[in-house]
Design a protein around this ligand. Structure first.
Ligand SMILES: C=CC1=C(C)c2cc3[nH]c(cc4nc(cc5[nH]c(cc1n2)c(C)c5CCC(=O)O)C(CCC(=O)O)=C4C)c(C)c3C=C
Ligand code: FE2
Length: 420
């Protein structure tokens, strides 16, 4: 069999007892694709002399870590977010079994191995490709499982904002899964595996797909651009900063959170449509006034480079502020919001073109914080009162999920909650 010959889904490593990673040799950036040996098990066979997997394919993220994967990693080229509701009649027992299955699958897939149950073969030839799978619990999960006493206060529903145009059918959910990878097939493979694992225990409530720039597309790593063309992420909190952990993660002790949320975080997920036809009618200068930063290099309008501190007081020859009072990057700053901060880790989305020619595209805005009230809610309240960007965007769906810390070796995500 050669690479060009079709394979069937029966030719899975799970069935053959051979891992995809073992066959591909992706333990490091120099992992070699197997040739004839692979063919012997009807697997990812490559002709002699095949080139090694690139570092994109070989990149592997550990599953058993302090904070769940998919929060601290760099943006991935492809993403899926999916919310599930527990099936009628399913409760804590079914949820526990499901979290065990999902965790096991996440661990295997992130290591470049096949899932244990009916692997689809979609990712057969690829390495882990920096796959991350992240799990969270929504407000409604706790009543469904009789665990109301364990529900964190921080999961109380988000307030409404005047600019909300929220579709309830695409909001909230008992369970939330975020999948990211630097390969589209690896990401979709994970999505199918997660959905299959849900079995009769849970049903998909909504699902969204996103993307970011592919690794290697730019001459050197740089801040990603969104679909408005802006560099987006410049002022994200950095793990090297002294208050990073305090802002993004629930501490192991000494907070209002239940113990099972130690080392966890809260994810706010908003589908924000961009009104691109209106946006693209603006001149470059007008676009830059809306954000308060230059489009080309992300520098503040007060000058310097992308990382130069924004001078909020600087005025031009007419005495006008160079960074307008309603500029998005001015009013969303922590120092304008009592220190409120969040880690933004979005995907862009494009779900086709409406009959009137309008692109259904924008930002799957995902942000992480130790306390959504002191992060997203505070900043969004401010933006709601007068963000120059608000004319060009529309919040269409919303979710808030409690994302526990990473699973221990041999354990599963949410064990502290479900067995606590
Ligand atoms: C409630 C939180 C936020 C929403 C919603 C939001 C939407 C949104 N933002 C952009 C583009 C940019 N945002 C930028 C900075 C920025 N945005 C937020 C928060 C929300 N954005 C914060 C906290 C910050 C950082 C502020 C700071 O500390 O300086 C920028 C500038 C570059 C950067 O720092 O990332 C851009 C560009 C879009 C397009 C959008 C909705 C579609
Ligand atoms: Fe923003």
């Amino acid at each position: 069999m050669t690479l060009s010959e079709p394979r069937t889904t029966q030719e899975t490593p799970a069935k053959e007892g051979v891992s995809r990673r073992a066959l591909l040799g992706t333990a490091g950036a120099t992992g070699l694709v197997l040739g004839a040996a692979g063919a012997g098990v009807g697997y990812a066979a490559a002709p002699d002399g095949a080139t090694p997997l690139t570092s994109v394919g070989a990149d592997e993220v550990a599953f058993h870590v302090k904070h769940q994967p998919g929060i601290l990693q760099g943006l991935q080229a492809r993403g899926h977010v999916v919310a599930f509701d527990l099936a009628a009649g399913a409760g804590r027992t079914e949820a526990t079994a499901l979290m065990r299955r999902w965790s096991r699958t996440a661990e295997r897939l992130m290591a470049g191995e096949a899932s244990e149950r009916g692997d689809t073969g979609i990712a057969l030839d690829a390495g882990p490709s920096a796959l991350t799978i992240t799990f969270g619990f929504g407000h409604s999960f706790f009543a469904r499982t009789g665990l109301e006493k364990q529900r964190p206060v921080a999961l109380d529903p988000l307030p409404s904002f005047s600019s909300d145009h929220l579709d309830k059918a695409r909001s909230d959910g008992d369970l939330w899964v975020q999948i990211g990878a630097n390969d589209a097939l690896v990401a979709f493979h994970a999505l199918r595996a997660i959905q299959k694992d849900a079995g009769s225990a849970a049903k998909v409530r909504w699902q969204m797909n996103g993307f970011n720039r592919s690794p290697g597309a730019t001459a050197h790593p740089m801040t990603a651009r969104n679909l408005m063309g802006q560099m987006d992420g410049t002022r994200n909190p950095k793990p090297s900063e002294a208050d990073f952990d305090r802002r993004i993660f629930v501490p192991a002790s000494g907070s209002e959170n239940p113990a099972w949320m130690a080392n966890g975080s809260y994810a706010v997920v908003r589908r924000i449509r961009m009104l691109l036809d209106d946006w693209e009618k603006l001149s470059l200068a007008a676009q830059e006034q809306v954000i308060g930063r230059r489009k080309a290099d992300g520098a503040a309008l007060s000058g310097g480079s992308e990382t130069t501190a924004m001078d909020l007081e600087k005025t031009d020859a007419n005495g006008d502020l160079v960074v307008p009072l309603n500029a998005h990057a001015r009013i969303s700053r922590p120092d304008q919001n009592g220190g409120a901060a969040m880690l933004r880790r979005p995907f862009s989305f494009h779900d086709g073109i409406d009959p009137d020619g309008t692109p259904d595209a924008g930002l799957l805005f995902i942000c992480w914080q130790a306390d959504p009230l002191r992060g997203f809610v505070t900043v969004q309240r401010k933006l709601d009162r007068g963000d120059a960007l608000s004319k060009y965007i529309r919040h269409e769906s919303s979710g808030l999920f409690a994302v526990p810390g990473g699973a221990e070796k041999g354990g599963y995500v949410g064990q502290g909650l479900l067995e606590g």
